[in-house]
Design a protein around this ligand. Structure first.
Ligand code: GRF
Length: 187
């Protein structure tokens, strides 16, 4: 199998990055993680990149042309898929167009419900009976593109924000790799 070169964008903890690193070690899994991009120098996920000898780029989003810097690196590394794994910046329409290849995101709710932040709070306030995560293609609108994979669980009456987060993250660690297998199934 010829594996695709992938770049993972992070801002924080990196539990999804960790799961994708583990999966990508399997020769049957369709990607190699060639690059990690973070907008946060203190992101815990960066230590995973270091530990696993994955090159990484920390960007300063206050600089005007920071997206150009990322695009150059993506090109240099022949990246054919970007996975947003907790990346807390919105990509510009221009960036999406110029990259011109697949970009996917993982979101901690059952989209189209609860786009944006505080999804666990919103699920509880709304008295949802279930919640979960969604992997979807990225377009210029927030948490909006076509769905690839969704996983859910039923909310227990004792579940609070922390418990919902833990349960959702457990699902995310499977949903992201499954979505990647799905999108490369036929190419
Ligand atoms: C995940 O819950 C993801 O759904 C959201 O940001 C979180 C990132 O977590 N977009 P981690 O950094 O992968 O642990």
């Amino acid at each position: 199998m010829v594996k695709k070169n992938v770049c993972i964008f992070i801002s924080g903890y990196g539990s999804n990055l960790k799961s994708l690193i583990l999966y990508s070690r399997n020769y049957n899994f369709p990607i190699n993680i060639k690059l990690v991009v973070s907008n946060n120098l203190k992101a815990k996920g960066l230590s995973l990149a270091r530990k696993n000898s994955i090159p990484y780029l920390v960007i300063d989003t206050k600089k005007r042309n920071y997206e150009k810097t990322i695009l150059k690196k993506l090109k240099k590394n022949k990246i054919s898929l970007i996975c947003l794994a907790g990346y807390m910046k919105i990509l510009s329409k221009q960036f999406i167009l110029e990259f011109g290849k697949k970009i996917i995101n993982i979101h901690p709710s059952l989209l189209p419900k609860f786009k944006g932040l505080n999804t666990y709070e919103k699920a509880l306030e709304n008295k949802e009976i279930k919640t979960g995560c969604t992997v979807h293609y990225v377009d210029e609108k927030l948490d909006n593109g076509k769905k690839i994979k969704q996983k859910f669980f039923f909310i227990d009456k004792n579940d609070d924000i922390e418990i919902l987060k833990r349960k959702t993250k457990t699902l995310e660690r499977k949903a992201f790799p499954e979505a990647i297998v799905e999108i490369f199934r036929y190419n």
